[in-house]
Design a protein around this ligand. Structure first.
Ligand code: KG4
Ligand code: ZN
Length: 343
């Protein structure tokens, strides 16, 4: 039985996991960042401090258990906002020390990668996993619970960041991704022809900052006196199509090249309706299984942290996780990604 804690960005989350069964999954989202147009790191850590205890108690209560029933604590240790990570890791260390429980530090991205297995524990390795959120866009070749290779990543903005930054160019509130998704439903994706950056590159990397620049110049050059409301749905549908097409194309290419029969997508952007629709269609056409988890496991949550921690605990002795000396790291995986970019 594992109590998992996640606080890497702007969600304070806790969950209780029994082997692979999620007994509770509580998430408190910091919506107040909206008025600033993005996450303010210092305010995020203060809000984590304010809510972490309450969120953890709620997770235990919803599972019908107490901390005495737990056999380990799992916590996100990297990557993320350093102040936010420090709150979660120190809270977890406190519980570990007080109740004599082993502590399992977890990489947030690993949480996302394996989140597809929460609902479908029968899913077989290998899989190609696309992690696509506000902070990350990366394709992994996942061979087991211990082994995965990074195939490619964004060389500039993450896809969610692109949705958010582009949406702000025409006045949509933060986060722009869900707003674009909604408006795009009544727009024409072919109305504007925006670039599909790096779609023909022979690697699995992405680039989204060129799309942002292209939309900015298009708007500046054509609508000096303001953008007419009437074009917003077409604009959203065309921008969404440009982002989705590259994500789907490169992920399916990776699956074909690696001869992998399952692709999974996770992270906040995987909530996008067009992305799910296009992935499902393209995967079916290529005879590949497509897995998109329930949204509660796609966006930031502690269930995914507890889930991969339970796999780690199964493969090693609990004593292995008695070290409280680990430190929160804002960029452990990014470092790996940079190495990949430079290769
Ligand atoms: O995984 P997440 O909740 O947090 C991290 O960034 O780790 O992802 C948030 C991102 C934001 O950029 C948001 O705009 C995007 O996911 N997003 C979407 C949709 N829902 C959330 N992007 C496109 N379409 C959506 N429906
Ligand atoms: Zn995340």
């Amino acid at each position: 039985m594992i109590l998992a804690i996640e606080s890497s960005c702007d969600e304070t989350a806790a969950a209780v996991i029994d082997e692979t069964r999620i007994l509770s999954n509580v998430v408190s989202s910091q919506y107040f960042h909206r008025k600033f147009g993005g996450v303010v790191p210092e305010l995020a850590s203060r809000a984590h401090l304010q809510y972490i205890s309450e969120v953890t108690s709620k997770a235990l209560e919803e599972a019908g258990l107490t901390i005495q029933n737990m056999s380990a604590i799992a916590v996100t240790a990297a990557p993320g906002l350093i102040g936010s990570l420090i709150v979660g890791t120190n809270f977890a260390k406190g519980l570990s020390l007080r109740y004599g429980l082993p502590i399992i530090p977890v990489d947030h991205i690993e949480g996302h990668i394996y989140s597809s297995f929460i609902q479908d524990t029968g899913l077989e390795f290998p899989i190609i996993s696309l992690v696509v959120s506000g902070g990350h866009t990366a394709i992994f070749h996942v061979k087991s619970y211990e082994e995965y290779d990074l195939l490619g990543t964004t060389v500039d903005d993450a896809a969610g960041e692109a949705f958010d930054k582009i949406a702000s160019l025409f006045g949509l509130p933060y986060p722009g991704g869900p707003e674009v998704d909604k408006l795009a439903a009544r727009g024409n994706p072919k109305a504007f022809n925006f670039p599909r950056s790096m779609i023909t590159s022979k690697d699995y990397n992405f680039s989204f900052s060129g799309l942002k620049t292209s939309v900015r110049y298009y708007l500046q050059n054509n609508f000096q006196n303001g953008i007419p409301e009437s074009i917003i749905p077409d604009l959203c549908a065309s921008i969404q199509a440009a982002i989705v097409e590259v994500l789907v194309y490169k992920t399916i290419c990776a699956a074909k090249a690696m001869k992998v029969k399952t692709v999974a997508v996770s992270g906040g952007v995987s909530a996008n309706s067009e992305l799910r629709f296009k992935f499902a269609g393209e995967a079916e056409r290529c005879n590949i299984k497509f897995v998109s988890s329930d949204l509660s496991y796609c966006t930031d949550n502690a269930a995914m942290i507890g889930f991969i921690a339970s796999r780690k605990l199964n493969s090693k002795n609990a004593e292995y996780f008695n070290n409280l000396m680990f430190i929160a790291n804002p960029s452990s995986l990014k470092k790996k990604m940079k190495e990949k970019k430079n290769n």
